[in-house]
Ligand binder design. Sequence first.
Ligand code: DGL
Length: 263
Amino acid sequence: MVDERPIGVFDSGLGGLTVLRALVDLVPHESTLYFGDTGRFPYGPKPADEVLKYALEIADLLADRGVKLFVVACNSATAVALEALQDRYDVPIIGVVEPGIRAAAATTRTGRVGAIGTVGTIASGAYQQAARAAGIELTCAACPGFVEFVEAGDIDSDQMRVLAERLLAPLRAAAIDTLVLGCTHYPLLARTIGDVMGRDVVLVSSADETAFEARRMLGDVTTGRTQPVVHDFITSGDAETFRHLGARFLGPEVEFVEAWQWS
Ligand code: DGL
């Protein structure tokens, strides 16, 4: 029998919609419920215990709404909260760090891989740990400022490029051949990052690999639904802004957005 409960997806804001996009494309017969914590965005510069608290609060909310699978679409939240979430709930929970490293391991020819993310993600050591487990050599760099450029709608200005050249210099020096975009916002900067890294470096986003993992976990039951597929959205920020900007990350699926107030 088909389990018609939605897949719960959450992020610190809108960026996780890049993961939701991959998910909706890969499992179009599944309903989804997305929570964007735009009211408390960004997570990247915040202390780990604060991000952990936020992640648990959101997961409690999604669990109350009856999701059958959690996708932690935020790298910063995955990095500090995935294990705690997996301990707390019976439903399966997928993060974005391991799928990203898995995709990189399958891509690299030299075994030298890079990963970039927020300050919190890189400081947590989550990517480094996943790379060790996968047996690949990893060079990491935090990229403070990248998220702010995307949020401002600036993805290819001279200033953005200058910042990218400075922050990505250690990765160029490490002669990597594959770079994991370890933050929800970085796929939108792919052109500038790709230009700076050079054409021999393959950029890997964890969105697709995460969606494949979700499909693997959900199994093959695709027919027999009695209810229509719906994509619902909740934000702790301004619902109208979310709806408007959400289309930039996801597309036309963002229609009604519920406003949520943290007490
Ligand atoms: N969603 C966050 C991540 O993937 C980026 C934005 C933030 O700092 O909250 O790490």
